[in-house]
Design a protein around this ligand. Structure first.
Ligand SMILES: NC(=O)c1ccc[n+]([C@@H]2O[C@H](COP(=O)([O-])OP(=O)(O)OC[C@H]3O[C@@H](n4cnc5c(N)ncnc54)[C@H](OP(=O)(O)O)[C@@H]3O)[C@@H](O)[C@H]2O)c1
Length: 278
């Protein structure tokens, strides 16, 4: 769909990639409904876009995607606004050894990265099905097609999102709704902690600028490419992993070595701290 004809509901609009996507879309003539959690930040982002591009067509709606009622309200607003493109960009990160992952955090990652896009898509489908053309673009990750040490929880969410996008695209093949999946590689945003940056450095993982991801997303919107991964050697890794994952099982020694265990607080350290506190 041409950008100028699209009315895009964009989740995660205030994040590093989301903000870049909003800039590129609005700059290309799209209408954008910014979604995020902070009304103040969304309003400021809208004003910023309107100041830079006086013809900008932007609105915002605050929603916490971990709440079903909030997702329903967002879907209602987006249907009334007549959106014809949904971009699922909101997401949360999780990095570290799996034996140290908190079960509550696992639930949060799965609900934000996987459950929320599923429920939002489902809530919007009756509206989208009635349009001449509609697109749902899931911002996944290279890690939705290749598991890496340290990202088991995050990978589970993005593999799930990719499976969802693929299955739904096939389910809707006879309709005018197209479901797409974009898999960026590591990208320079606040999403990545200092530990991830260290890991990237140790493993020679390159990072893209959010503006590059935004340009690729615009291209996907306009060309209707169903799935796209960014970066080399990541694209090659995804291909090989898809064909024969076992070939890569021995390739991640450096990645494993850079996953340091979290420092444990020993009983001795606790006793020392108690002594000083007294
Ligand atoms: N950065 C990377 O290295 C990288 C690589 C590949 C894929 N990705 C994917 O790209 C997407 C965007 O990442 P980013 O780098 O832009 O991350 P980011 O800067 O941390 O932004 C994430 C966005 O998600 C939103 N969000 C998180 N939890 C939410 C919730 N419960 N309800 C509503 N919104 C919520 C945040 O909204 P608030 O403004 O309300 O906090 C924020 O705008 C994510 O799906 C991520 O998995 C990132």
């Amino acid at each position: 769909m041409k950008a100028a004809e699209s009315r895009v509901l964009l989740t995660g609009a205030g994040g590093g990639i989301g903000e870049a996507v909003a800039n590129v879309l609005v700059g290309s003539g799209a209408s954008v409904l910014l979604a995020g959690r902070s009304p103040a930040r969304l309003a400021a982002q809208m004003r910023g876009l309107q100041q830079r591009l006086p013809a900008a067509r932007v609105e915002w709606h605050a929603a916490d995607l971990q709440q079903a009622s909030s997702i329903t309200a967002l879907a209602r607003q987006a249907s009334t606004w007549n959106c014809n493109v949904v971009i699922h960009c909101a997401g949360v990160a999780e990095f570290g050894r799996f034996d140290e992952a908190e079960p509550e955090r696992m639930a949060q990652v799965l609900s934000t990265n996987l459950w929320a896009p599923m429920v939002l898509t489902q809530s919007l489908l009756p509206h989208l099905r009635g349009l001449a053309q509609a697109q749902v673009i899931c911002v996944g990750s290279v890690l939705g097609a290749m598991g890496l040490p340290g990202f088991s929880v995050y990978c589970a969410s993005k593999f799930g999102l990719r499976g969802f996008a693929q299955a739904l695209r096939r389910e809707l093949a006879d309709t005018r709704v197209l479901v797409q999946y974009l898999g960026p590689r590591s990208t320079r945003t606040k999403f990545n902690s200092a530990q991830v940056e260290d890991y990237n450095q140790a493993t020679g993982t390159r990072m893209d600028a959010p503006a590059r991801v935004a340009q690729e997303l615009l291209r996907m919107l306009e060309t209707r490419t169903v799935e796209r991964f960014l970066g080399f050697p990541e694209k090659l890794g995804v291909r090989v992993n898809g064909l024969a994952p076992v070939l890569l099982d021995s390739a991640f020694k450096t990645h494993r070595a850079s996953l340091r265990a979290r420092p444990q607080t020993s009983p001795q350290t606790i006793n020392e701290a108690m002594k000083h506190a007294r």
